[in-house]
Design a binder for this molecule. Structure first.
Ligand code: AMP
Length: 281
């Protein structure tokens, strides 16, 4: 595996790679865990060359403390990527990605207005900025994203449409969980031992709500999820929305969508955790 720091070097390497076959890109912010590795494994199976970017993108953080405390573990990340059979680890500096301030405002529309879009102003615009740059630098055939960030995938698809990236497949990958159900996240390392012991309640309550939803109205299911999670110590639900999987718009009745997805954000102490569940009906 080669660690690459500059866009010019990346593009030079990929010119050769492209003539040999397909390129799969996995964008990450590092502090890699088995969730990231599941995306990389898939990319490895489906492509001739695999590029993983490790870049903590400042423009997508609306909270400076979150950016400052975001875990950075570059050496461990490089070792994991090497082991996973990655060809190129793209680990650029902020100046390399943003030689000038990026003032682009993407017209992301309704998919970006709700949930994370409403709670974290500017977040998805920052995601669109960095991912569009990564797509331009790499020109991948496939790019891999995790369903843990369910809304993000809809936003990326919208950005791809806006920017007219052709011949690029966006591949969504299932959520990887700890044995106790907690969705893997780089932020989990910030949980205290006590917080870590209650955090699986999010996934457990969501899973139970799947069964309850067969008899409960959508509004009652929503309320049950929020109230139940809030009974646990440290836990405070920020939002729980049940939305259509494609439009991301909240629905009022189960019959309003063929593919309802419940998307949740919970503060466990000061650590913001996200998760979601598909209501298979
Ligand atoms: P991040 O480094 O948090 O920006 O995540 C990079 C990519 O990995 C995103 O597409 C995430 O959705 C994905 N990812 C993060 N955690 C998980 C997980 N537990 N399961 C599957 N994908 C994940």
């Amino acid at each position: 595996m080669e660690i690459i720091r500059t866009v010019a070097e990346l593009q030079a390497k990929l010119r050769d790679a492209r003539s040999r076959g397909t390129i799969g890109l996995v964008p990450t912010m590092g502090a890699l865990h088995a969730g990231h590795l599941s995306l990389i494994e898939r990319a490895r199976k489906e492509n001739d060359t695999v590029v993983v970017s490790v870049f903590v993108n400042p423009t997508q953080f609306n909270n400076p403390t979150d950016l400052a405390t975001y875990p950075r573990t570059e050496q461990a990340d490089a070792a994991l990527l090497e082991n996973a059979g990655v060809d190129y680890a793209f680990m650029p500096s902020v100046e390399e990605v943003y030689p000038e301030p990026d003032n682009r405002q993407f017209d992301l529309g309704p998919v970006a207005e709700v949930m994370e879009g409403a709670m974290r102003p500017g977040h998805f615009n920052g995601v669109a900025q960095v991912v569009s740059k990564l797509f331009r630098f790499t020109e991948p055939d496939r790019a891999y994203f995790g369903e843990k960030d369910f809304q993000q995938i809809a936003v990326i698809r919208r950005m791809v449409e806006l920017e007219g990236f052709k011949g690029l497949e966006i591949v969504d990958c299932p959520i990887k969980r700890e044995a106790d159900g907690l969705a893997l996240s780089s932020r989990n390392v910030r949980l205290s031992a006590e917080q870590r012991s209650v955090a699986p309640a999010i996934a457990l309550v969501l899973r139970s709500s799947l069964i309850k939803s067969r008899e409960m109205s959508l509004a009652d299911t929503k309320k049950w999820v929020i109230d139940t999670i809030n009974t646990f110590p440290f836990m405070q639900v920020e939002y729980y929305e049940i939305v259509d999987a494609l439009t991301m718009q909240p629905i009022a009745e189960w019959s309003d969508s063929k593919n309802p997805v419940g998307c949740i954000t919970v503060f466990c102490g000061d650590v913001r955790l996200i998760d979601n569940i598909k209501y298979v009906r």
